[in-house]
Design a protein around this ligand. Structure first.
Ligand code: TXA
Ligand code: MG
Length: 384
């Protein structure tokens, strides 16, 4: 049962000052319509402590502690948060998203000392300490042997994923809740992850009581997930912290098979989330791995109604179909920042077939590739 079905959803902008009259709630259908028409126009927020509305943070902090679900901003994507120590509250996350129960959640903290205070892990291995030192707070999730965490959070595994986000508003919300927060991405399961508060509202309004708007997400794809629970640190999901960055902190890091390749039938995923078809828009996406000319010719030869291109900025002027640009060819940060917003725009425009430029697999582009290859259901065409 979805506990919050039919509940009025209040969207709080975080940046209003202490005057309550400026405390804006965006809940009308015009607001949704606005995002559909202006998919790239994130709310005009600049995350920053000085603009937070303290009352909103207090309101959702108390609600979270009491068992409510809240849509929260982070520097990666928006999260759907619940009190990580409250198994019943966490269960509602799975219902609201339509998430399979065997896919574990990440526990979010706002201070490293909370790991010990709440006995989240059995021990913090040396490699984890080095990673925390180098990249926390930030877009990195570390999996360790589990301490005292409800089974609803970890889907019964003996490990737990922990993340210390860097977004100032996320840290304040966790601190106000005074408990660690379990939070998956705040999208309907299988849909592109949300990178603005509007995306969360689109997917979850009517199912959750609050969303805090912290502006558009800077990284735009989910955190890097690394496990240090085994003998060798292993990358399970690429994200804002790159493989070379991880190796700079802890030496050699294995890369799980499913990061770049489709799992074979019957193969077990190191991270349950990797086995699901993910990030999928309604359109069919076909990725083209080729040089510039070959891509442009291939797409132009197939120009037809309902056909579009998901391309680099440089390609757009030469294409004769509707184009969705996801960043300049060499700007991996822009590509990661825009990918999910573009996939959502493709959905809302009702495009049938999209020919996508296949991303690179190095640095931050590995994260973009990992998401897009899943959105394309691993359909890749190689051209000379
Ligand atoms: O950036 C992020 O990580 C965002 C924001 C909200 O923090 N959260 C997020 O959560 O992306 P979610 O639930 O969409 O993805 C978590 C991934 C899933 O693939 C899940 O299977 C994996 O982490 N995971 C969580 N706990 C795990 C564990 N104990 N062992 C292996 N994989 C785990
Ligand atoms: Mg997700």
């Amino acid at each position: 049962m979805v506990k919050y079905k039919g509940v009025k959803c209040e969207l709080f902008k975080h940046y209003f000052t202490s005057d309550d009259k400026t405390h804006q709630k965006l809940t009308s259908s015009q607001d949704i319509e606005k995002t559909r028409k202006e998919p790239f126009n994130a709310p005009d927020t600049t995350p920053g402590d000085e603009k937070d509305h303290p009352k909103n943070i207090e309101t959702v902090g108390a609600a979270l502690k009491g068992g409510a679900l809240v849509g929260i901003p982070t520097e990666t994507v928006y999260g759907l948060a619940a009190n990580a120590l409250d198994g019943a509250a966490v269960k509602n996350i799975f219902a609201a998203k339509g998430r399979p129960a065997d896919n574990p959640l990440i526990v979010h903290i706002s201070d490293i000392s909370q790991i010990a205070r709440f006995s989240l892990v059995r021990e913090i291995p040396e490699s984890a300490k080095k990673l925390m030192e180098a990249y926390w707070p930030g877009p990195l999730t570390i999996i360790m042997k589990k301490g005292v965490v409800p089974d609803e959070v970890t889907a019964g595994l003996d490990t737990v994923a922990v993340r210390f986000p860097s977004h100032p508003v996320t840290k304040r919300i966790i601190t106000a809740a005074s408990v660690p927060l379990a939070a998956p991405s705040a999208n309907t399961s299988g849909k592109p992850s949300p990178t603005t508060a509007y995306h969360v509202f689109h997917d979850l309004s009517g199912k959750i009581p609050y969303i805090i708007d912290g502006g558009a997400c800077e990284v735009g794809v989910e955190s890097t997930v690394i496990t240090v629970a085994g003998d060798t640190p292993t990358l399970l999901r690429p994200g804002g912290i790159t493989l070379p960055q991880l190796e700079a902190a802890v030496g050699h890091v294995d890369v799980a098979d499913a990061v770049l390749n489709k799992l074979r039938d019957g193969e077990t995923a190191a991270s349950p989330g990797m086995k699901y078809k993910h990030y999928a828009p309604s359109a069919r996406i076909v990725l083209i791995r080729s040089g510039d000319e070959a891509y442009i010719n291939y797409v132009n030869e197939r120009a037809a109604k309902g056909t579009a291109a998901l391309c680099y900025d440089e390609d757009a002027p030469r294409l004769r179909v509707k184009t969705y640009t996801y960043g300049a060819k060499n700007d991996y940060a822009a590509q990661s920042n825009r990918l999910f917003t573009v996939l959502r725009a493709i959905d809302s425009d009702g495009v049938k077939t999209v020919y996508g430029r296949c991303p690179e697999t190095t640095g931050l582009a590995m994260a973009v590739y990992n998401r897009l290859i899943r959105a394309a259901g691993f359909e890749v065409i190689e051209l000379a």
